[in-house]
Design a protein around this ligand. Structure first.
Ligand SMILES: Cc1cc2nc3c(=O)[nH]c(=O)nc-3n(C[C@H](O)[C@H](O)[C@H](O)COP(=O)(O)OP(=O)(O)OC[C@H]3O[C@@H](n4cnc5c(N)ncnc54)[C@H](O)[C@@H]3O)c2cc1C
Length: 473
């Protein structure tokens, strides 16, 4: 039983960041106690694919992939237009590889094998980087949490479940503990790892209003505990925030209500068309950039496909099935027409442009497998789906709105430095306070850097926070 009078570190939240912090603090010899608001550990991390972006790893070397933390840093900063603090990002990019190795030593299994997607263990193309960095663990996010939880138990760290930390103890400018279930518990340092705020509409309005622009199509896949308690802790302690206005929204069809694993996938033979009736992107582009590409269009974006593609959709999913698409079309929510000209009229786009767009598709990717404008053949090959898609030629034709509407994670958190120490509004460290994961702000930026940015952030900064917090005794 943990001695509550001799605690060095309290961890708030038992997802990826919290578990990594608890294990790493315990490795330093600290007495650690972890509070988790839900009945089980894991948070969003447990629901995730576990995809972890890291550079210079043994997995990459096993596949002959040459990579360095410096190259990762350059890509990370460029994709985020240098809006993030280089010192923090260099520390993150440098620590991500060793954190993955730490997890492998703890028992995580990421085989040195090429993976076509976020389900198959191995190394996959995760974003728009020039070298593959997406590490997919066996059993995905669940596997990650299991490995960390076993390490936690082996190191004697007690996890108190079903206990939501209400506030921090903040005395004489220093964080000295927490209040949970009305009880004060003191420690030398507190690591806030309580995840994001995707489940709180009011906080979304305030800190990530772009998410609300999806209107009725918005659906949240983040864990129920993502209530944004870190933002209340920030107000209480005068912490500065970073990452305002940023988060990750995945593009989906307007009628989707689940992540693709349950919802199913749109037809391979489809084009995304903008207000001008033109294609404007690789339809299989990484979600590191696809949401931004869609939002950059002046008006709605449509997935256009034909009857043959609808009928070829597999059954057994919740959303992208032949029956569901037909139902949406019957209700008039998905547009349907016997000809492309008729579909263009329903979409309110120029019919000559739509007809030319589809004709080009049929003459290029659907004919010889090349897409000179958008290079979609490269994304399809990386996904393990080579070969030309079918032409779009068999009426009736369909158009379904596509928009970023699946809210995965939020990026506004307590501003941290390179050691995961929380800063106040003057930029000074708040003694005794550390943050990591979605609750820590500054690493997750305006652009998602490959599938695996958020898990890498949670585990890497969680590990850093645990180690520094243990040293703060
Ligand atoms: C379906 C899905 C798939 C994803 N796939 C990927 C992926 O493959 N790769 C990637 O990089 N990112 C992915 N993400 C995002 C990524 O999983 C998260 O950003 C990351 O895991 C967050 O880790 P965390 O530790 O900050 O938060 P969480 O894992 O959510 O943990 C926070 C924990 O704190 C608890 N908590 C909250 N408030 C309190 C409180 N007051 N007191 C005590 N406990 C509290 C919560 O219940 C929760 O358990 C995915 C997310 C989802 C939802």
């Amino acid at each position: 039983m943990t001695d509550l009078d001799a605690l060095d570190v309290i961890v708030v939240g038992g997802g990826g960041a919290g578990l990594a912090a608890a294990v790493s603090a315990a490795e330093q010899g600290a007495q650690v106690l972890l509070f988790e608001s839900e009945r089980e550990l894991g948070g969003s991390t447990q629901l995730s694919a576990g995809l972890f972006t890291a550079a210079g790893t043994s997995v990459q070397r096993g596949l002959g992939v040459e990579d360095t933390a410096e190259r990762y840093f350059q890509h990370y900063m460029d994709l985020n237009q240098w809006l993030l603090k280089p010192g923090l990002i260099r520390a993150f990019c440098t620590a991500a590889g060793p954190t993955l190795e730490w997890l492998l030593d703890l028992g995580l299994d990421v085989p040195a094998a090429i993976s076509p997607d976020a389900h198959t263990p191995g190394l996959c193309r995760a974003g728009v980087e020039d070298v593959w960095r997406g590490h997919v663990p066996r059993d995905q996010g669940y596997g990650l949490v299991q490995v960390l939880d076993r390490a936690r138990r082996e190191r004697g760290v007690q996890a108190v479940l079903d206990t939501r930390v209400e506030r921090l103890l903040f005395e004489d400018g220093r964080v000295t503990g927490v209040v949970a279930d009305g009880i004060e518990v003191r420690a030398g340092a507190v690591v806030v790892a309580s995840g994001g705020f995707a489940q709180d509409p009011g906080l979304l309005d305030r800190y990530y209003p772009a998410a609300r622009e999806a209107g009725d199509s918005l659906f949240v896949v983040a864990a129920p505990g993502s209530r944004g308690d870190h933002l209340a802790f920030a107000e209480q302690t005068g912490s500065s925030l970073a990452g305002h206005g940023w988060g990750l929204m995945l593009p989906t069809a307007y009628f989707q209500r689940h992540h693709h694993w349950q919802a199913g996938f749109p037809p391979k033979s489809r084009v995304y068309v903008n207000f001008a009736g033109r294609r404007f992107m690789d339809e299989d582009a990484s979600y590191a950039v696809s949401g931004g590409l869609i939002l950059a269009q002046d008006g709605p974006v449509w997935a256009v496909f034909d009857e043959k593609a609808r009928l070829a959709l597999p059954t057994g999913y919740t959303d992208w099935t032949p029956a569901r698409v037909a139902e949406e079309a019957r209700a008039g929510r998905t547009l349907r027409a016997g000809s492309l000209a008729g579909l263009a009229a329903a979409m309110d786009v120029p019919d000559d442009a739509l007809t030319a767009t589809v004709a080009r598709w049929n003459a290029q990717l659907a004919a010889d497998g090349t897409d000179p404008e958008f290079l979609r053949e490269e994304s399809l090959a990386a996904k393990g789906s080579p070969g030309a898609p079918d032409p779009i030629a068999t009426g009736p034709f369909y158009a379904a709105r596509v928009l970023p509407a699946e809210l995965v994670c939020t990026h506004t958190g307590l501003e941290i430095d390179h050691e995961a120490a929380v800063l106040d509004r003057t930029g000074a460290v708040i003694p005794g306070l550390f943050a990591a994961g979605e609750a820590g702000g500054g690493v997750l930026g305006m652009r998602y850097v490959g599938g695996g940015n958020a898990v890498a952030n949670a585990l890497t900064l969680g590990r850093v926070a645990g180690r520094t917090a243990a040293g703060a005794r």
